[in-house]
Design a protein around this ligand. Structure first.
Ligand SMILES: Cc1cc2nc3c(=O)[nH]c(=O)nc-3n(C[C@H](O)[C@H](O)[C@H](O)COP(=O)(O)OP(=O)(O)OC[C@H]3O[C@@H](n4cnc5c(N)ncnc54)[C@H](O)[C@@H]3O)c2cc1C
Length: 511
């Protein structure tokens, strides 16, 4: 035992889903874990605020894959042992996109999506089927990761013909990895309405189709419709808390209100962390789920990180932020004549570049609504609803948001009323998460909602690898490959834990 009574295998910085998944998998595999989270609750973005009988999500609208047995993310939750402790509620549609005079619901099923698009755009049938088939092949990010070993996969898989088709499809799509989705659409589709509909999910990446990787957009459509999308019963905190509990149940420590001040690193690499209150936690390795620039420029001593790596971090761009209104309304959505689709996104026009430009200028270019209590009525008192309205927003500084948050929130509420007339009169509780509040919660400077911007050049393999350029230091979460979003943060935590376990060797049986 060391001076402060700390002696761990792994010290994890940050209790977002990336850190929790890494810590929980290490604990499951027999390592002793210490996880430090700066906030009073774990989860980071994956957490709820409770007020007046309503439960409000800080971020979660929907996740893909976690509730579909056999997907890489569900398999990870199963290995950790939380798959039965959390209930995932399957959503019938992954989103509705609404343009002036045009709307389309994306069913959360690949076959149904194909049928719906082909019915609507029969002249584009062949290209639609090809794109969705490519999406089905690409959807499992681990397929991409293991692309080089497809010959091995063919040897032992149950359906070699399907696997070969996936491999060939993935190979065909690789050439679109660094091409914008807008170019892909121009090459394959003629109808501008179809192109606008297919581009609608850009809001889940935070960049318009002209800046998003075509491969990523097609893979995302595959992921959402093959692995399905879910809300989490009781809110995202249920998952975060279950992961934290699985660390403590296996002898680990999860400490909240415990900001980390420093990563202890010497010639031999990372060997622990120092908390703000001076507590020293010695460990054989460190996993950081904290923002990437904070990890390397703030927590490590100057000189411990190779200059080219720091230069790479400097050259990368962080994602856009958001204005997020969490609304408790005395309105029974389920009893409306035509209840809204759980996740609805509205755009000013068919041109998503223009929608994006208008949005960042503070106009009505695009905004989304998510009706949490439609999926889980326990999120609101009986007969009432918990919902969220969101629009991308640039940073603009804390002072700007302090002065303008109420007016901007009112403007967004006005847009939401376009979808739910009379909403304003029904509002009973409201939380406003502006970029400054998002920054305060996660420690991500400028309130970036997706870590690095998901532009071409910062997607998937172009994000940071889990192995950091400091021995014994591993990264987990949205700053790393495969990318942003809760499912990917969890997968990244799994990879970080596997690398950390390899680095440490088998856990000691008895301390
Ligand atoms: C408004 C909004 C809506 C979103 N909607 C969705 C959605 O519908 N579906 C989806 O899948 N994704 C969504 N996302 C994205 C998703 O929430 C994130 O990509 C994901 O949760 C990131 O997880 P993480 O573990 O990487 O980081 P975080 O959740 O940011 O966790 C990092 C943790 O590290 C802690 N930390 C930082 N510094 C320190 C320190 N020095 N010491 C100790 N702890 C520290 C932070 O407090 C935080 O808890 C949304 C995000 C936002 C903001």
């Amino acid at each position: 035992m060391k001076k402060n009574g700390t002696d761990f295998d792994a010290a994890v910085i940050g209790g977002g889903l990336g850190g929790l998944a890494a810590g929980a998998l290490l604990a499951r595999r027999g390592y002793k874990v210490f996880l430090a989270e700066r906030n009073e609750t774990v989860g980071g973005n994956a957490s709820v605020v409770r007020r007046g009988g309503y439960s409000f999500e800080r971020a979660l609208h929907q996740v893909y894959g976690l509730g579909s047995p056999g997907t890489p993310s569900a398999a990870l939750l199963k290995e950790i042992g939380v798959d039965r402790k959390v209930e995932f509620i399957k959503l019938p549609a992954f989103m509705e996109v609404v343009f002036p005079g045009l709307r389309f619901t994306f069913p959360a099923d690949s076959g149904e999506l194909e049928a719906a698009l082909c019915r609507r755009f029969p002249a584009e049938r062949a290209a639609i089927i090809r794109m969705l088939d490519q999406g089905r092949s690409l959807y499992q990010m681990d397929r991409l990761m293991k692309f080089g070993s497809w010959k091995d996969r063919l040897k032992d898989c149950a359906n070699p013909a399907a696997e070969l088709r996936h491999a060939l499809n993935s190979a065909a799509m690789m050439r679109y990895f660094r091409s914008p989705f807008s170019d892909y659409c121009r090459e394959h589709f003629r109808d501008p309405e179809l192109t606008a509909i297919l581009g609608g999910p850009w809001i889940y990446l935070g960049v318009p189709p002209s800046r998003a990787s075509a491969m990523m957009m097609v893979a995302m459509m595959g992921a959402y419709t093959v692995e399905k999308t879910f809300y989490i019963r009781g809110g995202s905190s249920s998952l975060s808390e279950a992961l934290a509990d699985s660390i403590t149940a296996r002898g680990g420590t999860v400490r909240t209100c415990a900001p980390v001040r420093q990563i202890l690193a010497g010639a031999g690499g990372a060997k622990g962390i120092m908390l703000e209150d001076g507590t020293r936690v010695d460990a054989r390795c460190v996993v950081s789920n904290a923002p990437a620039r904070l990890t390397f420029n703030g927590l490590l001593a100057p000189g411990s990180v190779p200059a080219p790596y720091l230069e790479r971090l400097r050259s990368m761009t962080t994602s856009v932020s958001a204005l997020h209104l969490l609304i408790g309304a005395e309105l029974d959505l389920g009893r409306l004549d035509k209840p809204p689709v759980y996740a609805t996104s509205c755009y000013a026009g068919l041109d998503h570049d223009e929608n994006y430009r208008l949005t960042l200028k503070g106009g009505a270019g695009s905004f989304g609504l998510c009706f949490h209590s439609l999926a889980d009525p326990s999120q609101a008192p009986r007969g009432c609803s918990s919902l969220a309205a969101i629009t991308m927003a640039p940073w603009r500084g804390r002072a700007y948001w302090k002065k303008n948050r109420a007016a901007q929130a009112d403007r967004l509420l006005g847009l939401a009323e376009g979808v739910l007339p009379g909403l304003r009169r029904k509002v009973r509780e409201m939380e406003i998460f502006d970029p400054a509040a998002i920054e305060a919660r996660t420690g991500v400077d400028s309130g970036a909602i997706y870590g690095w911007e998901n532009n071409i050049g910062q997607t998937l393999f172009d994000r940071l690898p889990q192995a950091a350029p400091v021995r014994g230091l591993f990264l987990s979460g949205q700053w790393t490959c495969p990318g942003s979003g809760m499912t990917m943060a969890i997968q990244s935590g799994g990879t970080a834990a596997r690398l950390a376990a390899e680095y440490m060797g088998p856990p000691e049986k008895k301390r």
